[in-house]
Structure formats: structure tokens, C-alpha cells
Write a protein that binds this ligand. Structure first.
Ligand code: SAM
Length: 225
């Protein structure tokens, strides 16, 4: 099975438990990381925003609270988008959600002030194509993704704890392969300067950078003019 098909089916299967799993796995800290991430994206004073790999829409709803114009969330898992649409019904501000693939975004060049992607980019089959698309449709790209802590002791401790703790994810989601994928994809994903370099190769912006979150367990990346 191609990586994209595996990822789409897996997220469809766990969509109804995704928010709960996120809170359990991160002990709620994903909310703090996302808040910090949003603050970065809002430095560009965006009026419009596209949140890619939006899942159940966490980032899109938060962006809409500060963006007066169009805010759209896309995800290639229809199950995740169904949950985002349910949440949108209860949200006081309008956020649009669509099923779409990051590798072929259905938007014109520079249609949005910013694009964001939180814990999604490491899942994209063709990473470089995905990054080119994020840069094509906007004037600034913000990425939040798991990384590898630089401190070797902290890194071993973190991945050791992850291996002990994350099987709970498999039990609750009833997809053992989902937690195996989570650890393997996080360990393998290029982080910090390496990822910035890949962004640089695939985007035409002038300013690139990265900021560690929680000792490098995650990173915020940015690219804009
Ligand atoms: C870990 S979830 C992140 C959801 C949300 N952004 C968050 O931070 O809670 C990863 C999401 O990426 C989506 N995804 C992976 N590859 C994608 C692609 N090529 N196009 C669109 N969505 C994709 C999955 O369907 C899944 O909903």
C-alpha cells in the first residue's frame, strides 16, 4: 500500500477518537504548542489563511478568531473533515472545510496570506511537492512538526518514554500500526536546520527560520518575505 493510502485510511479509522488521543498522548501539551504556533503565524497579520492537514480543525478555528477574511481547512481524510464540519456548526465564526490533498491544492497562486500545517507535513508522501504547494498558494508558510531533541540524553529519554507510553494509543485506537507509525515517522523526520534547508530548496521566500518547542520535541518553522 502506498504511504498516502495507509495514512488516509489510518486517520479515517481513528478520526472519531483523534481529539481524545491527542490530549492523552501529549498530556494536553499539544494545546500549548498550538497556541505558540498560532502566535507565530499571526505575526504576519494575515487576513486570510489556509490550514493544511487540518484534521478536526484545531488550528483553523484558532486562526479564524484573528483573521477577518476567508479561513479554510483542508485534509485528505474525509473522516477528519466530517469531524471538523461538525465542530464548525458550533463555532460562532465561519470556517470552511474541504477534502483535498496537500500535493495538489485546489487554490490559485497566492490565494491566502498564510498557510499553516500542524503535525501534518511528516505524513505527506512527496514532502518537497507538498512544500512547493504550501508556498505556491500563500505569502507565508508556518509548520509545526515533531523533531529530534538536540541533547542526546533528552532525546533517548524522550523516544524511550514514547515507546513505553504510545502503545496506549494503539489500544484506544485499535490500530497497533498507528502507534508504530507515529514513532517511526517522528524518529525519521528531518528536523531543525535540515528541514529548513528542504524548505529553502522548495520555496521562493526570503526569510526562513525555526524555533524549538519543548527542548526540540517539536519545532515551529517559518518561511515568508
Ligand atoms: C496528526 S494529524 C494533524 C491534525 C491537526 N493538524 C492537528 O494538529 O491536530 C495529520 C493529518 O494530516 C492529514 N494528511 C496527511 N497527508 C495529507 C495530504 N497529503 N493531504 C492532506 N492531508 C493530509 C491526515 O489525514 C491527518 O488528518
Amino acid at each position: 500500500m502506498a504511504k498516502a493510502d495507509f495514512v488516509r485510511v489510518m486517520f479515517n479509522d481513528i478520526a472519531h477518537k483523534y481529539d481524545l488521543l491527542n490530549d492523552i498522548l501529549s498530556v494536553g501539551t499539544h494545546r500549548l504548542w498550538k497556541r505558540k504556533f498560532i502566535k507565530f503565524a499571526l505575526r504576519q497579520n494575515p487576513k486570510t489563511a489556509l490550514d493544511c492537514a487540518t484534521g478536526t480543525g484545531d488550528i483553523a478555528f484558532k486562526l479564524k478568531a484573528s483573521c477577518p477574511g476567508q479561513v479554510v481547512g483542508i485534509d485528505f481524510s474525509p473522516g477528519m473533515i466530517d469531524h471538523a464540519l461538525e465542530r464548525a456548526k458550533a463555532n460562532p465564526l465561519p470556517v470552511e472545510f474541504k477534502v483535498a490533498d496537500i500535493q495538489k491544492l485546489p487554490f490559485s497562486d497566492k490565494a491566502f496570506d498564510v498557510t499553516t500545517i500542524s503535525f501534518g507535513i511528516r505524513n505527506v508522501e512527496n514532502l518537497e511537492l507538498g512544500l512547493r504547494e504550501l508556498g505556491r498558494v500563500s505569502n507565508g508558510v508556518f509548520v509545526l512538526e515533531f523533531g529530534q531533541p538536540k541533547n542526546r540524553f533528552f532525546k533517548s529519554l524522550y523516544f524511550g518514554l514514547l515507546r513505553l507510553y504510545v502503545p496506549i494509543f494503539g489500544l484506544i485506537s485499535k490500530r497497533k500500526d498507528a502507534y508504530e507509525y507515529l514513532i517511526a515517522s517522528s524518529e525519521a523526520f528531518p528536523s531543525a536546520e535540515t528541514f529548513v534547508e528542504i524548505m529553502r530548496r522548495n520555496m521562493t521566500f526570503k526569510t526562513f527560520g525555526h524555533v524549538p518547542v519543548f527542548g526540540g520535541i517539536a519545532y515551529i518553522y517559518y518561511a515568508h518575505n
